[in-house]
Ligand binder design. Sequence first.
Ligand code: DGP
Ligand code: NA
Ligand code: NA
Length: 242
Amino acid sequence: DQGGSKRRRGAFIVFEGLDRCGKTTQVQRLTEGWTGAGGVKGRRFPDRTTPLGTTINAYLTSQQEMDDHAIHLLFSANRWELQRVDNGGKVDDSTGMGDPSRILRGAEAIERDLTNGISVIADRYAFSGIAFSAAKGLNRSWLAAPDANLPAPDLIIFLHLPGEAAAARADFGGERYETVDIQTRVRDEFANVREKVQGYDGRSGEWVDVDAQGSIEEVEERIKRVVDPLLKRMEGEGLGEI
Ligand code: DGP
Ligand code: NA
Ligand code: NA
């Protein structure tokens, strides 16, 4: 659907990691300091600003209980749902307001940005969805289904903190999953997800572990060393699916 255009598409980069790994800070710095062609947009999942996001937020802050399967599907639906509005060519990310007839599905919005040469950097994506729900013991093949066919990232940067370093940062904010016990299980499940992604034959992008220890600037430098080569080799590539 690019009309035969050979225009360079944007890069889709996903950041994953345990809670308190510094992911949100690094996503922000990469987005603000973006030097790639065509501009960049940051996205965050869960997106708590949408109707489903409100329910997800109530769940994460323990104001609401929900069946593990049901909340899994809501997190996935939050990656699919209507969430961005096209205001005559301008997407208003701050308000999400605009002509309802021009609302795009979330996945369409990402695809459109990439097709238009805009890079997208996501703070979490479907890999968190699998890792966090698998850590609760849900069936792994059931878990993967709802996110199938979402736009696949070109690069997954997993900010890795070894056990002791993670424990030292464990001044958690009190949300539902922010306990050492849960994070330990999520870490193991991320390792399973990584193996699967690497077995995908490149279809779902490259998974790179980046050491999250050290200063913000040191981690930022490690991330640049992974992102810069991606941008160089992306000329003329098409978009895959998870
Ligand atoms: P964050 O806003 O990045 O701190 O994410 C909020 C919490 O939700 C965090 O503990 C990670 C978790 N999370 C993110 N995505 C998913 C998902 O798809 N499924 C589940 N079960 N948890 C998720
Ligand atoms: Na969190
Ligand atoms: Na976070």
